[in-house]
Ligand binder design. Structure first.
Ligand SMILES: [Cu+2]
Length: 164
């Protein structure tokens, strides 16, 4: 009796080991099973890479926030400009709100921030501004230039370079 029940149990046990226990190098593992296992571990790898990339983005110093100072992009008789300018918001977070009919992209003259394209009627991501203030421009319309005053009502830093 004991011997007989063992011989029935053994094949069942072996079947489980095919899918779960055998190493890929062992010949008993069937092709489709191997492909499935490799595919799923590849997918897990890509998911990890995607998560790591998302983590990098969220740790960026520029992130959306609701209590940022607003600088408006205005168009007066075709002239594209900023208001206020200079803006006395050094050391604060700021967003640019586009009241113009075309896209603008705000970039620090020293390259320390870049809002990406701001569509008409849209508001940019929030940018952390240095306490000493900074100079910026629109990368789409290089004649659009602006400045951020230093904290405590100080003047913006002297503007140097092609966007002044
Ligand atoms: Cu522009």
């Amino acid at each position: 009796m004991v011997k007989r029940s063992k011989s029935f149990a053994e094949p069942l046990k072996w079947n489980y080991s095919v899918g779960e226990m055998r190493a890929p190098s062992q010949p008993r593992l069937k092709g489709p099973t191997m492909l499935y296992m490799r595919g799923s571990s590849l997918a897990a790898g890509w998911a990890l890479i995607a998560l790591a990339t998302a983590g990098c983005d969220s740790s960026s110093p520029m992130s959306p926030t609701d209590n940022a100072a607003a600088i408006t992009i205005v168009a007066n008789n075709g002239a594209q400009s900023f208001a206020p300018n200079p803006a006395p918001v050094g050391g604060q977070m700021a967003v640019w709100t586009n009241g113009d009919g075309e896209a603008h992209r705000i970039v620090a003259n020293d390259g320390s921030f870049d809002t990406g394209n701001i569509s008409p009627e849209a508001t940019s991501i929030a940018v952390a501004l240095p306490a000493e203030g900074i100079n910026y421009h629109c990368s789409i319309h290089p004649t659009m230039i602006g400045a951020i005053g230093g904290s405590g009502g100080n003047a913006p830093p002297a503007c140097v370079g092609p966007y002044c």
